[in-house]
Design a protein around this ligand. Structure first.
Ligand code: MG
Ligand code: MG
Length: 275
C-alpha cells in the first residue's frame, strides 16, 4: 500500500526542536528513576515518581495517561510482560526481575516516546544478554534511519542483530511516527527487508522500539485487557528512542546513544567555524 505515505507528516526544524524538548524530559526521567528501580519498590510507586517528575517540567504531561483509556501515567512491564503493564502498588519488584518503563510526554502539543529496560538488583547472565542485544538492536536500527533508506531497513537492522541469538522479535507490535499525536504514520516494524516500505525522508520523526523475548515471538494479552506478555512467559526487553531523520543523519531526541554509533545527539554539537 503506497497511498499510506501521504499520511506521513513531515516536521520542520522548529517542530523537531519542540519534540526534542519533551524528549529531554523523558531522558531526564530515565536518569533519575533508575536509582529507584530496586527490590521492594512497587511499580505503582515508580508510576507516581514518573508522573511527578514529568509534571514538574512546565507544561509537560504524561502522554499515556488516559490514552485509549490507559490508567497509568507510564507503562511498566515486568519480566515476561512485553508492554502496556499497568502500574500497581501491589506489584513489588524482586531481585533478578527486569522492568521495562515506557514513557510518553506531551509538551505544548508535541509528543515524544521512549522506553528502557532496567535490571532490578543482580540479574542472571542470560537475562543481561537479552537486555544487551535488545539495546544494541535499537542503536543499529537508529543508524539505519537515514535519508535514502526505507522503513524496511530499520526492521532489517534489528533482525541483523537478533539473528543467531535464539531470541524472538515481537512482530505484532511496532514502532511508529509521532508528533502532534503519540501514534502517527508510518508503522515501523522490527522486521523488514532493505529497500522496502515507505522511503525515509528529512523531517520524519519516528519512535523506533525493538521488543525481544528470550523465547517465543508470540504474545498474549492478559485479562486486564492491557498487559501484553510473551506466549511462553519468557522474559522480554524493550528499548525505544524518538528520532528525527535529518539530512545530516538520524538525531536522537530522547537521550544519548553510546559513542561509536552513527547517530547525532540532541542538541546537535555546534559546528565551529574558524575565521
Ligand atoms: Mg513507548
Ligand atoms: Mg512507541
Amino acid at each position: 500500500r503506497e497511498d499510506g505515505d501521504a499520511l506521513i507528516q513531515l516536521k520542520s526544524r522548529k517542530e523537531i526542536e519542540a519534540i526534542a524538548r519533551g524528549g529531554q524530559v523523558i531522558a531526564g526521567l530515565f536518569r533519575e528513576i533508575r536509582r529507584w528501580v530496586t527490590p521492594g519498590v512497587s511499580t505503582g510507586e515508580l508510576d507516581w515518581f514518573a508522573d511527578d517528575f514529568i509534571r514538574s517540567h512546565d507544561g509537560a504531561v504524561p502522554a499515556f495517561k488516559g490514552l485509549y483509556g490507559f490508567p497509568g501515567s507510564v507503562c511498566i512491564s515486568v519480566n515476561e510482560e512485553v508492554v502496556h503493564g499497568i502500574p500497581s502498588p501491589k506489584r513489588r519488584l524482586k531481585k533478578g526481575d527486569i522492568l521495562s518503563i515506557d514513557v510518553g510526554v506531551r509538551l505544548r502539543g508535541w509528543c515524544s516516546d521512549s522506553a528502557w529496560t532496567f535490571p532490578v538488583g543482580e540479574i542472571s547472565e542470560a537475562t543481561r544478554h537479552l537486555l544487551t542485544v535488545t539495546e544494541e538492536s535499537l542503536y543499529l536500527a537508529l543508524e539505519a534511519a537515514v535519508v535514502g533508506n526505507h522503513v524496511g531497513d530499520i526492521g532489517a537492522a534489528v533482525m541483523g542483530r537478533v539473528n543467531g541469538t535464539g531470541y524472538g522479535i515481537i512482530r505484532d507490535l511496532v514502532g511508529h511516527g509521532l508528533g502532534r499525536e503519540v501514534h502517527e504514520e508510518p508503522q515501523v516494524p522490527n522486521v523488514g527487508r532493505p529497500g522496502h516500505g515507505p522511503p525515509l525522508m528529512e523531517g520524519m520523526v519516528l519512535a523506533i522500539e525493538p521488543m525481544l523475548s528470550a523465547g517465543s515471538d508470540q504474545i498474549r494479552t492478559l485479562e486486564d485487557r492491557w498487559t501484553v506478555v510473551t506466549a511462553d512467559r519468557t522474559p522480554s526487553a524493550h528499548f525505544e528512542h524518538t528520532i528525527a531523520i535529518t539530512d545530516e543523519g538520524p538525531q536522537v531526541l530522547t537521550g544519548v546513544v553510546p559513542e561509536g554509533y552513527q547517530v547525532l545527539p540532541w542538541p546537535k554539537p555546534e559546528t565551529t567555524r574558524m575565521a
